[in-house]
Design a protein around this ligand. Structure first.
Ligand code: HEM
Length: 402
C-alpha cells in the first residue's frame, strides 16, 4: 500500500500552513499527499500512536466524559428522552476531548450556557464544513485553482480560523514550557512533546489542526451509530453492562487503561457496529504505478477504492454477515477475513487517531452503561451516507438509571 498515494473520503488539509496563513491565491491543493505528507507523518506518528501517550489521557477523557454525562442527565425530558439535537451534543463532547488532547485545554464545549461563549459551536461547524467540503473541492471540477470561487473563499477563511485557534493555544503551551520542570518525557503532554522534539511550532500546529479537523466529525458520527445500536439491541447492551460492572465494580474508582483492556465484549460490540455500519465507508488510493489487482490490470493514476462497508458485509468474507454478532470477534468461529472490515483504513495512512478514538469510545460506553440503560422509542432510524455513514434523524435516546 505504501506505493499508493492518499486520496480518501477522510482526507485532510494541512498542506497550506507550511507556508503560514492560507491566502486566496495559494490555491494549488486542498489535501496533502506524497513527500510533504510523509515528512509530517514521520514526525508525529510515534508520539501519537504510542500506547503510553494514550494511557496518559484516560483520566482527562474520563473527566470530560463525566461532565458530558452530567449534561445528558439534565438534558432529558419528562420521558427521560434526550433532545433531538443530541448528535450535536455528541460533537461537543468529541471537540472537548480533542481540545484536551491536541491543545492541552478545556475548550468549554460542555458548559450549560453556550450562548455566553459561541466559540465551541463555531469550531464544530467549521470542522464539519472543512471535512465535508474537501471532497467537493478535490473531486469536482477545480475552477477554484484558477479563480477564487465562493466555496474556495469560504474554505480558506475557515482554515485560517483554525490556524489562529491552534496558534493561540500553542503559544500558551510554548510559554508554559519555558518554566515547566521536566525530568522525563512522561512529564510532557503530547503537544509539549512535539513542541520540544521538533523545535518548530508549525509542526505542532499542523498536528493539532489535523487531529481537530478529522477527529471531531468521524468519532461523533461513530458514537451516534454505536449508541443507537446499543439502544436497539437490548441483549447485547446488557452483556456490555454486565462486563463493565464486573471490570469496574466501584463506580467511583477512576478508570485505568488496564481496565479498558479487559472490556473484551464491549470492544467486540464496537467492532461489530463498525463491520456492519462502517462510519467511513471506504478508503481510496491513487496508483503510483501500473498494478494487477484481482487479475485486473490497473494503470498508474487510477483511483482505487476499498469499500469496507461492502466487504464487511460480504458472505465470501464473513459468515452470516446480516447477523449482528459481537461474538464473532471473540473467536466464536466462522469466516472472518482479516481485511473484510477496515474501519480505520490500512497501511501507511491508517487513521492516526485510532487509539484515541477507541479509548474515547470505551470510556464513554463504560461510564454510560455502568449507570444507565439506553432505550429508543421513536421511528426506527435509517442509515444514510451524509458524508459519513450514520443514523439519519433525531437521536432521541432514552436514558434510564439502572
Ligand atoms: C471512530 C472514529 C474514526 C474513524 C472510523 C476513523 C477512520 C479513518 C480512516 C478510514 C482514515 C483513512 C485511513 C486510510 O486511508 O487508510 C482516517 C485517517 C485519519 N484519521 Fe481517523 N477515524 C476516526 C477518528 C479519528 C480521530 C478521533 C482522530 C484524531 C484524534 C483521527 C485522525 C485521523 C487522521 C489525522 C487521519 C489522516 C492520516 C494520514 O493521512 O496520515 N481519526 N481515519
Amino acid at each position: 500500500m505504501s506505493d499508493y498515494e492518499f486520496c480518501s473520503f477522510h482526507t485532510y488539509t494541512i498542506a497550506f500552513i507550511y507556508d503560514e496563513k492560507v491566502t486566496l491565491s495559494s490555491s494549488k491543493s486542498v489535501s496533502n499527499h506524497g513527500e510533504q505528507w510523509r515528512t509530517f507523518r514521520s514526525k508525529v506518528q510515534r508520539p501519537i500512536l504510542q500506547p503510553q501517550t494514550v494511557r496518559k489521557y484516560v483520566a482527562p477523557i474520563e473527566q470530560v466524559t463525566s461532565d458530558f454525562i452530567s449534561y445528558m442527565e439534565t438534558a432529558r425530558d419528562e420521558n427521560l428522552d434526550l433532545p433531538a439535537c443530541f448528535d450535536n451534543d455528541i460533537h461537543r463532547w468529541s471537540l472537548e476531548c480533542i481540545g484536551r488532547v491536541a491543545l492541552d485545554v478545556r475548550l468549554g464545549c460542555l458548559s450549560s450556557d453556550l450562548s455566553s461563549n459561541p466559540e465551541p459551536q463555531r469550531i464544530i461547524d467549521a470542522a464539519k464544513y472543512a471535512l465535508r467540503n474537501v471532497a467537493v473541492l478535490e473531486l469536482k471540477a477545480p475552477y477554484w485553482r484558477y479563480i477564487p470561487t465562493p466555496l474556495w473563499t469560504k474554505y480558506v477563511n475557515n482554515m485560517n480560523f483554525f490556524v489562529e485557534l491552534c496558534s493561540r493555544y500553542i503559544n500558551e503551551a510554548l510559554e508554559r514550557l519555558k518554566t515547566k520542570k521536566v525530568t522525563s518525557e512522561n512529564d510532557l503532554s503530547l503537544l509539549e512533546r512535539v513542541l520540544r522534539s521538533e523545535g518548530d511550532p508549525k509542526i505542532a500546529t499542523i498536528m493539532a489542526l489535523d487531529l481537530i479537523l478529522v477527529g471531531i466529525d468521524t468519532i461523533s458520527m461513530a458514537v451516534c451509530s454505536i449508541l443507537y445500536q446499543a439502544a436497539i439491541r437490548t441483549k447485547q447492551q446488557e452483556k456490555m453492562a454486565e462486563e463493565i460492572k464486573r471490570v469496574l465494580p466501584d463506580p467511583d474508582k477512576p478508570i485505568t487503561y488496564a481496565d479498558l483492556d479487559k472490556l473484551h465484549y464491549t470492544k467486540a460490540f464496537v467492532r461489530e457496529v463498525f463491520r456492519m455500519y462502517s462510519t467511513v465507508i471506504g478508503n481510496g488510493r491513487t496508483l503510483q504505478e501500473d498494478d494487477v489487482i484481482c487479475g485486473y490490470h490497473i494503470p498508474k493514476g487510477v483511483q482505487v477504492v476499498f469499500p469496507t462497508i461492502v466487504t464487511g458485509n460480504m458472505p465470501e468474507f464473513v459468515s452470516d454477515p446480516a447477523e449482528f454478532s459481537p461474538e464473532r470477534w471473540l473467536g466464536a468461529g466462522g469466516r472472518l477475513h482479516p481485511f473484510a472490515s477496515l474501519p480505520y483504513g490500512h497501511g501507511a495512512r491508517i487513521c492516526l487517531g485510532r487509539r484515541f478514538a477507541d479509548m474515547e469510545i470505551q470510556v464513554l460506553l463504560a461510564k454510560l452503561l455502568r449507570k444507565y440503560r439506553l432505550e429508543y422509542h421513536h421511528e426506527p432510524l435509517e442509515y444514510a451516507v451524509t458524508f459519513m455513514y450514520a443514523p439519519d434523524g433525531p437521536l432521541r435516546l432514552r436514558m434510564i438509571e439502572r
